[in-house]
Design a protein. Structure first.
Length: 301
């Protein structure tokens, strides 16, 4: 088993799909299927089994993928250290961004970074903040954006925006004319939320539970614009950060401050116990310089 085969295996396990793994690796699906079948023949075990339309790791597959991830991480660490020794300002960055923040904060940062370091390539992965966190811890990503405080141990971070969540209502909602709404007044409403791999999903549910009710979730999505459109046509209500609310067409929905305040604090995260490549170190420093100067403390911690 070589490094390339291990990377193929890890991607299949991560995506739970041969097709999506092949797309992520820019290879054909038959190539990755043949590689996995070859590994199964070589090792004498079954690595994946099909359950309905999905594939899942067998016990042997889980063991091998875990070990392969460690080996691949160490391989990348070695390659990064060698690049640094050669003192060449080149490299590759794998950055995780939640879909709701990418367009709002990062096009300018990434563009300026590319101008300064044209030989450093950047690969972006869009996932919910919880998934970004776990992928940084596992070494799948070099750095990412997460909601602070982080859920995973072993992460270093710096904040770059702190806001609060606002209530987004359809225009005909009986609370749409209010200057402020208390969360407990929404106990009988239908909620449209981000998916479970978004930290915001858990934070909203936890706050509702503290108030004394379990929100009735009728739709989930990974796209804030789709969520706001579902609210606009009366399918439910939602809670969104101020940054996103400023992007919404306020003629189609009503945006109202919420009590109690639910904070939304974003930060760049990376592994504090792992060797950081030149590219990763420069990205963290560059992002800190560009983003921290524009922190908006409208919210409360």
């Amino acid at each position: 088993m070589d490094i390339k085969q291990m990377q193929y295996l890890i991607e299949v396990a991560r995506h739970r799909s041969f097709t999506r793994a092949a797309e992520a690796l820019y290879i054909t699906q038959p190539t990755i299927s043949k590689t996995v079948k070859g590994l199964e023949d070589e090792l004498g075990v079954v690595l994946f089994e099909r359950i309905g339309k999905k594939i899942v790791l067998t016990d042997a597959g889980q063991l091998i993928v875990s070990k392969a991830q460690q080996i691949v991480t160490e391989y990348h660490n070695m390659a990064a250290e060698l690049d640094d020794l050669r003192n060449m300002k080149r490299g590759h960055l794998r950055i995780g961004l939640p879909p709701m923040v990418g367009a709002s904060f990062f096009p300018n940062v990434i563009g300026k970074f590319h101008e300064r370091y044209p030989k450093i390539t950047i690969q972006l992965f869009e996932d919910g903040a919880k998934k970004v966190e776990s992928n940084v811890v596992e070494g799948v990503l070099d750095a990412g954006v997460a909601v602070l405080p982080t859920l995973q141990e072993g992460l270093a971070s710096f904040p770059f925006v702190e806001e609060r969540l606002h209530l987004v209502l359809p225009p005909e909602h009986h609370l749409s004319g209010r200057d402020q709404v208390h969360l407990k007044e929404l106990a009988e409403d239908d909620f449209v939320l981000f998916r479970k791999d978004f930290t915001l999903h858990d934070r909203i549910i936890a706050t509702c539970a503290q108030i004394g009710f379990q929100p009735r979730i009728v739709y989930e999505s990974s796209q804030w614009d789709l969520i706001s459109e579902m609210v606009a046509v009366g399918l439910g209500i939602t809670l969104l950060p101020e940054t996103i609310c400023r992007e919404i067409d306020d003629e189609r929905v009503r945006i109202v401050p919420l009590n109690p305040v639910i904070p939304w604090k974003l930060g760049i995260v990376w592994r504090e116990d792992r060797y950081l490549s030149f590219a990763t170190r420069e990205w963290i420093q560059f992002a800190r310089e560009m983003l921290v100067t524009s922190i908006d403390y409208r919210g409360e911690a």
